[in-house]
Design a protein around this ligand. Structure first.
Ligand code: MG
Length: 384
């Protein structure tokens, strides 16, 4: 029996995680769940999984859910403090962090500090606070199991290998919906165009990040912290079929690749069952049906977000945190039709330039940087 808490259980990854658990022949005890505003989804999850505790970040939603559950034996923890309280519990075996955006950073830290292993889907945690999380991991002995498909692939390729014998890591990316679109027309991209990802079904924020390829940029930074590999040993290759999920080249030029159907349930299940592999419900990879796999270099001109991510990783300190928050806020403004698609990298670059650099930001300083960057992006006048 494994005791598990799932943060962000009503989002795309959270729902998939519960589906994977339903189909595994292993007993899981769901201790805690968390949601923000999705009242109906969390109510049905509570009735099905009977967790002890549920954290609900949005206060109105928390009040509504509590009202609906009169007579139930359950603790509802409201607000941000409730989420952090749930993340700090040391009586679970695994915290599955499927929160979206920088709000997921502190819960990761809380779990690590409580010596609880984290299955990490929230890549923003490491982008924002990689340095702090790394040192807390060493202190507490807690581990991070990657859930991102690329990092799960690298993790699987590295099984049985020595990290100092790695020559480079090759992250694959589909290139998203704008891989072949005329660059001059990117200014006219509509929200619906950007949400139309060719291969993966994901939440809105990550789908926009895939269209701008900032998702790959964030994954470069995530790779550095997960595997201790420097930026100059991390490459990106566009692979439109999303069958190879990433590769590792070793010193002898041998390359290992991890393949599979593009379904997030595969890396989710591996993070849950590691180091074991369990029977899965989904289809097998059929290479003869796919026919051919294609590769091309990424265009830094088409996708300036990739260069921005590499630059902030090289500069280090507070830069990646500013990049991450500025991107997140710019994506929300784009989704609200307030700015154009090509404003996203312009805003991020300006925020990075204007912020007050801190070499080794503490958690408090990261929270200050987050607030500063949110306000900076709010004040930006877009091209719309
Ligand atoms: Mg990914």
């Amino acid at each position: 029996m494994k005791n598990i808490t799932i943060l962000g259980s009503t989002g795309s990854i959270g729902v998939n995680t519960l589906n994977v658990i339903d189909n595994l022949d292993q007993d899981y005890n769901i201790v805690g769940l968390s949601a923000n505003t999705s009242a109906n989804t969390i109510l049905s999850q509570i009735k099905k999984y009977k967790p002890e505790v549920v954290a609900i970040a949005d206060l109105n939603t928390a009040g509504f859910v509590k009202e609906q559950l009169k007579g139930y034996d359950i603790t509802i923890l409201p607000g941000r403090s409730g989420l952090l309280e749930l993340s700090s519990r040391n009586d679970v075996d695994l915290l599955f962090n499927a929160l979206v955006g920088s709000s997921g950073m502190e819960p990761t830290l809380c779990a690590i500090k409580s010596s609880v292993d984290v299955a990490l889907s929230n890549k923003e945690s490491l982008v924002m606070a990689g340095d702090i999380i790394e040192s807390e991991k060493i202190k507490s002995g807690a581990k991070i199991f990657p859930v991102d498909s690329e990092h799960s692939a690298i993790w699987q390729c590295l099984a049985g290998e020595k990290i100092d014998q790695v020559e480079k890591i090759i992250l694959t990316g589909s290139g998203g919906p704008f891989r072949n679109r005329d660059i001059d027309t990117l200014i006219d991209v509509k929200v619906s165009d950007a949400l139309n990802h060719p291969n993966w079904e994901m939440g809105k924020k990550i789908t926009i990040d895939s269209a701008s390829m900032m998702n790959k940029g964030l994954e470069v930074i995530e790779t550095k912290w997960l595997f201790g590999i420097d930026w100059d040993k991390i490459e990106i290759v566009i692979h439109p079929e999303s069958i190879i999920h990433s590769m590792v080249e070793f010193k002898d030029k041998s390359v290992k690749a991890q393949m599979g159907v593009p379904d997030m349930k595969v890396p989710i299940q591996y993070a849950l069952t590691y180091p074991d592999r369990k029977v899965a419900e989904w289809e097998s990879l059929d290479l003869s049906k796919i026919g051919s796999l294609n590769f091309e270099p990424p265009s830094f001109k088409r996708f300036p977000c990739i260069s921005l991510a590499y630059e902030t990783l090289k500069k280090g300190g507070s830069y990646p945190a500013v990049l991450n928050v500025a991107n997140e806020q710019a994506v929300y403004r784009f989704l609200n039709n307030e700015i154009s698609f090509i404003d996203i990298p312009i805003i991020i670059e300006k925020a990075c330039e204007k912020h007050e650099y801190i070499k080794q930001p503490s958690l408090e300083e990261l929270i200050y940087i987050e607030t500063w960057t949110i306000n900076f992006v709010k004040s930006f006048e877009g091209k719309k």
